[in-house]
Design a protein around this ligand. Structure first.
Ligand SMILES: [Zn+2]
Length: 276
């Protein structure tokens, strides 16, 4: 299992979001590695920290070859130099959360970021879904604009847009499917009906995603620390119970993410047929 969507934070920001806490959460599982996100710049600001959030992640995961870092951008500063810093730190992608970070998904600042990311082959992992900010600034249909203008930019749309928007996100992935196979549905925080009703898809919704875009374009993420050890086990129990071929489950639980990252060591990847 190679897990996407792990937010790491120093203990002064959130005690249960440290690297140690995450490694504890996966203990006893068939864990190969994870993609870890740097804290958002505003979180460091709230905690009164003056160090760089991306450098913090770099130093935190140094020496853990199975942990892949993604940086984050400060929307108050020019995008391109930050993207370049993230490349220099050896990170493979950027976590973008437009409503929490309060930026428009397709304005001048964000387009500069996408252009630089496409140039440097960084993966964009987006939060998509209702998050208490003006909806027009992060309407999922803007993802289609990004895909058209930055055709090589590889993107993961987390929560598949959630309960409100998942059909729009599947529309975007399908709409761009003939121009390249580089848009993915992030299967994170979608399997706990009571605790996560805004993002809930349930096993049926996840199966609809597979039916519509194919198992090769589903990437399981934990959304740690908002989901911790118990939620991870609950997710895995529901996923293992899906009426899918084992190869498709394995693809969602890490095979696809490893392929996206170009990781070829370890278990053979389970790559199924072309969904389109
Ligand atoms: Zn997240």
């Amino acid at each position: 299992m190679f897990i996407n969507h792990v937010h790491l934070m120093p203990s002064d920001l959130r005690e249960d979001a440290t690297l140690e806490s995450f490694l504890g959460a996966v203990e006893g599982l068939d864990f190969e590695g994870a993609v870890c996100f740097a804290p958002f710049s505003q979180q460091f600001g709230w905690a009164g920290r003056t160090d760089d959030h991306n450098v913090w992640l770099h130093d935190t995961i140094a020496g853990h070859d199975n942990l892949i870092g993604y940086g984050t951008l400060d929307p108050k500063r020019p995008a391109r130099p930050q993207v370049e810093q993230i490349v220099e730190l050896g990170f493979r992608g950027i976590k973008l959360h437009p409503p929490a970070q309060k930026f428009h998904m397709f304005d001048e600042w964000s387009r500069e970021a996408y252009a630089a990311m496409e140039e440097h082959d960084l993966i964009a992992d987006f939060h998509i879904g209702v998050h208490w900010h003006r909806l027009k600034e992060y309407d999922p249909l803007l993802c289609d604009e990004i895909a058209w203008h930055y055709p090589k930019l590889r993107m993961v749309f987390e929560h598949v847009g959630g309960w409100h928007y998942y059909r729009q996100v599947l529309a975007v992935i399908t709409n761009n499917g003939q121009r390249g196979k580089h848009l993915y549905a992030g299967i994170a925080s979608v399997l706990a009906k009571d605790q996560q009703r805004f993002w809930w898809l349930g096993p049926e919704g996840v199966s609809e995603c597979r039916w519509q875009i194919g198992a090769d374009f589903l990437i399981y993420g934990l959304d740690f620390p908002y989901n911790h050890a118990a939620r991870l086990r609950n997710d895995l129990a529901q996923i293992q119970a899906l009426d899918w071929p084992k190869a498709d489950i394995d693809a969602m639980l890490g095979g696809n993410l490893k392929r996206l990252l170009g990781i070829t060591t370890g278990d053979a990847l389970n790559v199924g047929g072309d969904p389109n």
